[in-house]
Design a protein. Structure first.
Length: 718
C-alpha cells in the first residue's frame, strides 16, 4: 500500500558503525568472510610431528627449502631452472631459511654445525654467524649457538636466530656481531620461556618479530630492540591449535601449522575477537615449515617432498559475525516493519543468517562472536539464508541488527546492503474494519494478520516498486544505464554501441530540443558534430554555392521614392510597389561581398544571346531569378577541414543524412582545400592558411617570397 520510510545500513559502502568479527569489506563494499590462502587440494597422511625445516620464496622469485633428514638444501630458480639438491661438507642438518639483504643470498640455520650460514644461489658459503657452544640455557655466553633451528631478518639486514637448546633468541648485525641487549630485554620481560618458532612482518609501527612460545601456547610480538609491542607483546592465543609446529605472517593473518589437526590454521593479528579465522582449505597434512611470499602466497613444507603453494585469497574463513546498533530515526513513534538484504546468490559452500532486536532503552543486547551462537536472547533470528523478513514487535525507538556469515572455507556470502523499513502502512487499512478490530482477534496472535499481509506484500513489492518508479525510465538523469539505449531509440536517436553512459544521457536529455531543429542546418550540424567526434563541418546551401550576381544600389535621383523593401524588391524599386524593378550601375559593389556571379541570366535567356530555338523557355516578370537557383536551391555542401574526411567519418555523416536529411535535398560531402573565399569563409573552419604551394607554371607569376615590398594577396599567395 503506502511507501514505508527506510534507512540503508551500509553507509558510504564501508559499513560504517558496524563491528566486524572475522568479516572483511572488499573493494566493492561487500561484507565477506576473511579471505585466506587456499591450497590445491593436497592431502598427506598424518604421522609424527615433523622436525622443523625451512622454506623460502625469495624476493627474486627463487624457491628454497631444506631437508634436515637428508642434509640437503634445494632451490628452484625464478624461471623454474636449477632444480637440484645443493649439499656440501658445510651442511649437516639444514633447517630454517631467511632472505638476506643482498639479492640472491639466503641465511640458513644448521643446528648440526651450531652456526647460521650465509649462502649464494649455488650453495657456496659467504660467511657464518655465531660460535658453537655447549648448551647453557638463557644465560649462555652471548653470540654462542648450541642448536639454531630458525632464522629471520629485518629491512636493515639484522639477523635474528632462534636457539632452542638455550631457550633464547639472539640478534646479530649483518656482519655477524652479536647485539646482546636484544635478548636481555626479552629475557627480563619474562614473556618467552619456551621459544619454538619465529616469524617476522611489517606491523603498523614497523618491524615485528613474532615468537611462538610453547609454554604459553601463544605468539608474542617484539620490535627490533627486543621490546614487547604494546607493552605486553600483544599475545595471540593459539588455543585452537593443538600442536603448533611452524608459523608465518602474511598481511594481517598468522598461519600456524597444527600437527594435532593435520592442517594449517589462520589467526587474526589485528587484535579482533575471536582470533581464530579458520582452517586453510585445500591442504591437509603435517607442516614442518611455512613462508609467505611478497605476493601474498603462502608456501608450506610437509614431512618430505617439495613445498606446496597456497594461493593468496583463494579461500575464506569458516565463520564470522557483524552487528550494529542502535538504529533509530527522528519519528515520534517507530514501528519497525521489514529488513531486506542485498546479497549475491549463495553458493553451495556458504550461508548466512540475520538477527534483530528492538528496545525502548539504549542498552545493547549481548553479543559473543566467539560463541557457537553469537546472538542469543533477546535477539530474534530470521530463517537461515532468508534475505528479507518481518521485524514486527511493539513500537520501539531502537533497533539492533546482527548477521552471521559461514562457509566451508571454499566460499563466502557477499553482502552488499541492508535496508530497514519502518512505519509501513501495509495492506491492512484496505480491508474491512472488522479485520482491524483487536477484540475479534486472539491476543497472543495480535499481529498475525499484519504479518500475513506483509508477507503477501513482499511477493509483489518489487513489481509495485517498479511500477511506482516507471517515471524514472523516461528521465535522462534518473534512468538506469541499461534502459538508456531503449529510451534513446524511443526518442528517435540511433546510439552507437560504443557510446558511454554519459554520452547517452546527454543525447537523451537534448532529444526534444534536437527534434525541434530536425531538418534544419543547425540541427543537422549538431548531429554531425556528435557523430564524428567533435569535428565541426561547414554546411552550405545553394545560395552561396558560387553564384555571383551584381545588383546595384538605387540612384540618388530616385532614392526618395524607394519602398524600403516592403514590396519584396529589397529596396530597389522607385516606390511603385510591385511594379517594374530598376537595375542601376554597380560602382559601389565589392567583389565577393555585395556581388554574386550569375551562372545564367536572371530571366532565363536573352533573345539573340542565350536563347536557343525550340530549346529555351522564356519567363515572365514573376519568375525572375528562378533560373539562378533552380539547380542549386536543393543542393547542400558539407565540407570538413583537411584530414578530417576519413572513411569512418564519411560513413557516419551519410548515416546521419539518411536519418535526418530532408528527402528533397541532395548532399555533397567534400574536404576543404587550403585557401579561402573572401566574404564567405570562416576563419579556422573554412579558411585554411598554408597548404601546399600552388604549382609553378612556365611564364606564370612567380611564388611569393618573404622580403621587402611583399604585399599579401598581391605579390604573395597564401
Amino acid at each position: 500500500m503506502g511507501q514505508a520510510d527506510f534507512r540503508h545500513l551500509n553507509r558510504e559502502g564501508r559499513w560504517l558503525g558496524w563491528r566486524l568479527s572475522n568479516v572483511t569489506v572488499d573493494g566493492d563494499g561487500r561484507a565477506t568472510l576473511t579471505p585466506l590462502a587456499a591450497g590445491p587440494g593436497v592431502t598427506a597422511p598424518a604421522g609424527e610431528v615433523p622436525a622443523p625445516a625451512g622454506v623460502l620464496k625469495s624476493g627474486n622469485g627463487a624457491l628454497w627449502w631444506s631437508s634436515p633428514a637428508t642434509g640437503t638444501l634445494c632451490r628452484i630458480g625464478p624461471c623454474g631452472d636449477d632444480d637440484a639438491s645443493r649439499a656440501g661438507p658445510e651442511l649437516v642438518e639444514p633447517r630454517g631459511l631467511a632472505a638476506a639483504r643482498e639479492r640472491g643470498l639466503v641465511w640458513l640455520a644448521d643446528p648440526g654445525l651450531s652456526r647460521v650460514l650465509l649462502l649464494r644461489s649455488d650453495g657456496s658459503l659467504v660467511q657464518t654467524v655465531g660460535a658453537p657452544g655447549a648448551p647453557g640455557g638463557p644465560g649462555a655466553p652471548p653470540g654462542t649457538l648450541s642448536g639454531p633451528s630458525d632464522v629471520e631478518t629485518d629491512a636493515r639486514g639484522a639477523v635474528y636466530v632462534l636457539d632452542p637448546p638455550n631457550a633464547r633468541i639472539q640478534k646479530f648485525s649483518p656482519t655477524g656481531q652479536v647485539r646482546s641487549a636484544f635478548w636481555r630485554r626479552m629475557r627480563d620481560d619474562g614473556l618467552v620461556r619456551d621459544p619454538r618458532a619465529i616469524a617476522s612482518r611489517d606491523g603498523p609501527d614497523g618491524f615485528e618479530l613474532l615468537v611462538l612460545d610453547g609454554a604459553a601456547r601463544a605468539v608474542f610480538a617484539f620490535d627490533e630492540a627486543g621490546v614487547p609491542v604494546g607493552g605486553d607483546g600483544r599475545p595471540l592465543d593459539l588455543g585452537a591449535a593443538g600442536a603448533p609446529t611452524a608459523i608465518c605472517a602474511s598481511g594481517r593473518l598468522l598461519y600456524v601449522g597444527d600437527a594435532a589437526r593435520n592442517a594449517i590454521l589462520a589467526f587474526r593479528l589485528d587484535g579482533g575477537e575471536p582470533a581464530f579465522a579458520g582452517t586453510v582449505p585445500g591442504y591437509a597434512g603435517p607442516v614442518s615449515a611455512l613462508s609467505a611470499g611478497a605476493d601474498g602466497d603462502v608456501w608450506a613444507l610437509g614431512a618430505g617432498g617439495q613445498p606446496v603453494r597456497l594461493a593468496a585469497s583463494g579461500g575464506f574463513g569458516t565463520r564470522g559475525a557483524m552487528w550494529t546498533g542502535p538504529v533509530s530515526a527522528r519519528e515520534p513513534q517507530l514501528v519497525w516493519s521489514r529488513l531486506r538484504s542485498t546479497i549475491d546468490p549463495l553458493g553451495e559452500h556458504s550461508a548466512f543468517r540475520i538477527y534483530v532486536a528492538t528496545s525502548r532503552g539504549a542498552d545493547a543486547p549481548p553479543v559473543d562472536p566467539a560463541a557457537p551462537e553469537p546472538f542469543g536472547p533477546p535477539w530474534r533470528a530470521f530463517a537461515p539464508n532468508v534475505a528479507a523478513g518481518y521485524i514486527g514487535a511493539e513500537p520501539a525507538p531502537n533497533l539492533w541488527v546482527g548477521i552471521v556469515l559461514s562457509g566451508d572455507g571454499r566460499g563466502s556470502p557477499q553482502l552488499s546492503q541492508l535496508r530497514v523499513e519502518y512505519n509501513q502502512l501495509s495492506y491492512l487499512p484496505l480491508l474491512p474494519r472488522i479485520y482491524r478490530e483487536p477484540s475479534l482477534r486472539e491476543t497472543d496472535r495480535d499481529d498475525f494478520l499484519l504479518r500475513f499481509l506483509s508477507l503477501v506484500e513482499s511477493f509483489v513489492d518489487d513489481a509495485s516498486g517498479a511500477i511506482a518508479s516507471l517515471d524514472r525510465l523516461f528521465a535522462a538523469d534518473g534512468a538506469p544505464p541499461e534502459a538508456l539505449p531503449w529510451l534513446a531509440e524511443l526518442l528517435g536517436l540511433a546510439p552507437a554501441e560504443d557510446w558511454s553512459v554519459a554520452k547517452l544521457r546527454r543525447a537523451v536529455a537534448g532529444a526534444s530540443a534536437a527534434d525541434a531543429l530536425r531538418g534544419t542546418a543547425a540541427g543537422l550540424g549538431s548531429s554531425l558534430i556528435e557523430a564524428i567526434g567533435g569535428v565541426a563541418p561547414v554546411i552550405e546551401d545553394g545560395a552561396g554555392a558560387g553564384i555571383w550576381i551584381a545588383p546595384g544600389a538605387a540612384s540618388s535621383d530616385d532614392a526618395g521614392g524607394s519602398c524600403g523593401g516592403s514590396c519584396g524588391c529589397g529596396g530597389a524599386c522607385d516606390g511603385a510597389g510591385d511594379g517594374e524593378r530598376t537595375w542601376i550601375d554597380s560602382d559601389d559593389a565589392r567583389l565577393g561581398f555585395t556581388t554574386y556571379l550569375a551562372a545564367v541570366e536572371p530571366y532565363g535567356a536573352v533573345l539573340d544571346v542565350s536563347a536557343t530555338l525550340d530549346h529555351t523557355h522564356l519567363i515572365d516578370e514573376d519568375a525572375v531569378f528562378e533560373p539562378l537557383f533552380a539547380e542549386t536551391a536543393s543542393r547542400v555542401s558539407i565540407r570538413l577541414p583537411p584530414g578530417a574526411l576519413t572513411e569512418e567519418h564519411e560513413a557516419a555523416i551519410r548515416a546521419v543524412l539518411a536519418r535526418e536529411g530532408p528527402a528533397h535535398v541532395s548532399f555533397e560531402i567534400r574536404s576543404a582545400a587550403a585557401g579561402g573565399r573572401l566574404g564567405l569563409a570562416m576563419l579556422g573552419v573554412e579558411t585554411v592558411l598554408g597548404g601546399p604551394p600552388p604549382p609553378a607554371a612556365l611564364g606564370g607569376a612567380p611564388r611569393g617570397r618573404v622580403g621587402q615590398g611583399l604585399e599579401v594577396g598581391r605579390a604573395a599567395t597564401l
